[in-house]
Write a new protein. Structure first.
Length: 414
């Protein structure tokens, strides 16, 4: 039981949990939560967010990059802006808290201020980012990168699996591909994101909340392996150039490289085979690799080794392999001033302050190029995330929201 929480903060946490449950209904796949960037479910979720903003008296809009943004003005028009937010796109078969928790918590903070009729010295801008997961197209973080003035120029020309260009989907969603490169429009004093931990540390230590110190860097690679398709019955094993067998050997080599070094992780989360028939030797394999590490030099070295291992396997098996880098995000250090402010907010709840790094990527690492930025983590059950089993308690939800609200009211733009 968190003694420092007020009754009003507990009630706000319960309202946020109820809203998170309702929000999970916006899905592209009945029976499970899948809300890919610029999909129909994303559009409906964005509209619900806009409607809730309107009920609180805020005019929200979809910006050029497909983010939902709204501004709660400070005491003086044009006051320095504190930005809060997280993402509302999800992975396939997702949990309901990754991203959504922070996006709806940002809204809840502003709703509480509006309900009390309270204006702060600074303005509060809230953002529901649209493209944190990078599942539908190969790029990721395009929403937050756009706001940071760092939009990846080739993003709009990518096609999804159905052949839909991001440019067309963005336009249909209400974004503006012509303006996205010039989106970084006004100065932001600071950015803060509330998120579930997505790992087991807080739960293991019996703590509801933590303050993030740094975010691991990430590289995403796309590998294509070309062998030779052939008859599964008529081609002797020694004469095959099986693209899948080569990809499988590459996968094990990649795993071995990552296992050899503490804190380095590498994941092959997607693999496709062509032509994809039981009686045909695969002629082509296509797979993704996600590599993360706390230090950029270690990640760079691992990626170079992985590329060399892919090359060696390809030569040994008489196949060709091409490797393309589709995403690169450097490790990010949270701003010491924001960490101090969040530490104070957590401490004011009577909770021991745990500082911890993030293994997962977040919009904060993109916005952090623009302004001082930091994050709060809330404990999640079993550390499970990217899974429908994702779960947080109502009290932890209230604790995270209260810490964020207290940080916002105490924040002073420097
Ligand atoms: C987002 O969840 C990521 O870290 O890939
Ligand atoms: Mn997330
Ligand atoms: Mn995620």
């Amino acid at each position: 039981m968190i003694k420092g929480l007020t009754d009003a903060e507990r009630a706000a946490g319960a309202r946020l949990m109820a809203r998170l449950d309702a929000f999970a209904a916006f899905t592209d796949e009945p029976g499970r939560l899948t809300r890919l960037f610029l999909s129909d479910a994303h559009k409906r979720a964005a509209q619900a967010y806009i409607d809730w903003c309107a009920e609180a008296g805020l005019a929200a809009r979809i910006d050029a990059a497909g983010n939902v943004v709204a501004r709660y003005e400070g005491l003086t028009p044009g006051a320095p802006t504190l930005m809060l937010g997280s993402h509302i796109d999800t992975v396939r078969d997702a949990g309901r808290y990754d991203g959504n928790f922070g996006a709806l918590a940002a809204l809840a903070v502003v709703e509480e201020l509006a309900a009390r009729g309270e204006r702060l010295d600074h303005a509060v801008e809230i953002v529901a980012f649209g493209d944190e997961e990078g599942v539908r197209w190969r790029t990721t973080l395009t929403g937050s990168r756009a706001l940071a003035g760092d939009y990846p120029e080739d993003a709009l020309d990518q096609k999804d699996k159905q052949g839909v260009y991001m440019r067309d989907a963005l336009l249909a969603f209400g974004g503006d591909p012509e303006k996205v490169l010039a989106l970084c429009a006004h100065p932001i004093a600071a950015f803060v994101e509330l998120h579930i931990e997505q790992g087991p540390v807080l739960e293991a230590e019996g703590l509801p909340i933590g303050v993030v110190t740094a975010i691991n860097g990430a590289t995403r690679l796309e590998v294509g392996v070309d062998g030779l398709a052939g008859h599964a019955g008529a081609t002797p094993m020694a004469l095959r150039r099986d693209a899948f067998a080569a990809a499988a050997e590459m996968a094990l080599a990649i795993e071995a490289r990552a296992r050899a070094e503490p804190d380095l992780v590498a994941t092959i989360g997607r693999m496709e085979l062509w032509p994809g028939a039981t009686n045909v030797i695969p002629g082509h394999a296509q797979f993704s690799i996600d590599v993360r590490a706390p230090l950029d030099v270690r990640r760079d070295a691992a990626v170079a080794d992985i590329e060399a291992r892919i090359d060696a396997v390809a030569r040994g098996r008489r196949v060709t392999a091409t490797v393309a880098r589709t995403h690169e995000a450097g490790a990010f250090t949270c701003d010491p001033g924001i960490v101090a402010g969040l530490t104070q907010a957590v401490g004011s709840l009577g909770v021991p302050v745990r500082l911890l790094p993030s293994g997962a990527g977040h919009d904060t690492m993109a916005i952090g190029r623009l302004c001082p930025a930091g994050m709060l983590f809330v404990r999640c059950k079993g550390g499970i995330s990217h899974n429908p089993l994702e779960s947080i308690t109502v009290e932890d939800c209230a604790t995270g929201l209260a810490a964020l609200s207290r940080f916002v009211t105490e924040f002073r733009a420097g």
